[in-house]
Ligand binder design. Structure first.
Ligand SMILES: Cc1cc2nc3c(=O)[nH]c(=O)nc-3n(C[C@H](O)[C@H](O)[C@H](O)COP(=O)(O)OP(=O)(O)OC[C@H]3O[C@@H](n4cnc5c(N)ncnc54)[C@H](O)[C@@H]3O)c2cc1C
Length: 402
């Protein structure tokens, strides 16, 4: 077993670190404008996206004209790890960069790539992902937002929910039902809807942690009309495209989940002596045991992650992705809960955990209690834990569907 990266990968890492040292946005710059509630992505985030695009560090695996440098999967893993360690968010428009732009590049027309994908990559536009609805989340194929072609216009009516960043996005990558008579996994199409189209109403959902900085929204569409050429890819083929779109995100989701877990554990270990000091000897014994357990969980997640990634990099299917997503997101929840429990009642009023105010993987940090609340975002989004368990049961363990 080889337990180190090849020399060329280490050279890639060194080049990235040298570039980051000079070009990364400063903690002060990010802290000055952390919120997207002003109606657009923060100025530093737009500049940062453009800087990464120009230098070929935005999506290293892509060619230079798309903001990359044709890097391989191992280099891409190193890239995500180093950005996380440096606590530099890659983007504030996670869905736009991670799902919408790559999907338009995969399935869209040249004009759509020029008008919608490239501006996201250059930091000039942001996009939101309109998939989930009040009665279509885990069962996305149940979506009912309806698009009807009238002449050369789509007329759209319906509602989306949990739409991240809709309150500042320029356009929505909207999943609609275009054939209500087809079986539910068919008859779905994707349509690009500019957010300033009449009939689009965005209602931000206040969040328990930062009620003044909403990121999740409800989006209502009432007789919204957009040109027929806003259809992305083939008519009624949206389900297949959704699976392709989400595949763009999956590897990132679990690499980020492991990085976030490691970061939370590292913070807990720094704070542990002070936290333990305040406990009685019996409480301390129990707390040490819990900390050791989450440290073991973290190490297991890392090993499992490298194993899955090695298979992924060789082009083999990696069912570990579902395991990783489930294990790392729940382990991170346990780290936050262990820390908050050790703090006891103080967790409610204690100050923020040691960090520069910007989470490495595009999430806010804060007190351990805040981290615990926020950890549910990771155990729900991109496929809830129960869904991951179903996938593991059916596709890895070969258990029957029911
Ligand atoms: C932070 C965050 C950001 C998000 N951003 C976006 C976004 O930008 N765009 C977008 O479209 N959506 C977004 N979502 C929505 C997300 O995709 C859904 O929340 C997720 O798919 C779950 O759907 P739901 O909330 O409707 O829950 P439901 O599907 O109603 O599930 C409710 C509960 O039932 C369980 N359950 C459901 N079906 C089964 C089953 N078959 N077997 C066992 N248990 C089951 C679930 O695991 C869950 O615990 C986001 C969610 C979060 C938390």
């Amino acid at each position: 077993m080889k337990l180190r990266f090849d020399d060329d990968v280490e050279a890639f890492r060194a080049e990235l670190l040298a570039w980051l040292a000079i070009n990364r946005p400063s903690a002060a710059e990010m802290a000055a404008e952390p919120s997207v509630s002003t109606g657009h992505a923060p100025a530093w985030a737009r500049r940062w996206t453009r800087t990464m695009f120009d230098a070929g560090w935005l999506v290293p695996g892509w060619p230079p004209e798309r903001g990359g440098r044709n890097a391989g999967p191992i280099e891409s893993l190193v890239y995500i790890e180093e950005l996380a360690k440096a606590r530099v968010p890659r983007t504030t428009n996670v869905q736009g960069l991670g799902i919408v732009a790559p999907s338009i590049i995969d399935y869209g027309t040249d004009a759509q790539i020029r008008h919608y994908a490239m501006p996201i990559l250059r930091g000039e536009a942001t996009a939101c992902l309109g998939m989930s609805e009040p009665n279509a989340g885990s069962d996305l194929a149940a979506l009912t937002t309806r698009a009807v072609l009238e002449g050369d216009q789509w007329v759209i009516n319906g509602q989306k929910v949990w739409t991240s960043g809709a309150n500042y996005a320029d356009f929505c990558f909207l999943f609609c039902r275009t054939d209500p008579h087809a079986p539910k996994h068919q008859g779905i199409s994707i349509i690009i809807v500019p957010m300033d189209t009449p009939g689009v109403t965005v209602r931000p959902l206040p969040e328990i942690i930062h009620p003044d900085q909403p990121d999740l929204n409800e989006v209502f569409l009432t007789d919204v009309t957009v040109p027929a050429h806003h259809l992305v890819g083939e008519l009624n083929n949206g389900w297949a495209m959704a699976n392709g779109s989400l595949a763009h995100e999956r590897a990132m989701v679990w690499v980020n989940a492991v990085m976030g877990l490691e970061e939370s554990l590292a913070t807990l270990l720094v704070e542990a002596p002070a936290l333990l000091d305040r406990l009685t000897p019996i409480e301390r014994t129990l707390a040490v045991d819990q900390i050791v357990q989450v440290a073991i969980d973290t190490q297991a997640a890392r090993c499992l992650g490298y194993r899955g990634f090695a298979k992924f990099a060789r082009g083999a299917g990696a069912p570990e992705q579902a395991l990783m997503k489930l294990y790392a997101s729940e382990a991170r929840q346990r780290v936050a809960l262990v820390a908050a429990e050790i703090q006891g009642a103080d967790a409610v009023v204690a100050g923020g955990v040691a960090n520069d105010g910007h989470h490495a993987v595009d999430e806010p940090q804060g007190t351990w209690l805040e981290q615990y609340f926020h950890s549910f975002a990771n155990t729900i989004s991109a496929g809830a834990s129960e869904i991951q368990r179903n996938i593991i049961a059916e596709r890895i363990l070969g258990l029957p569907r029911k």
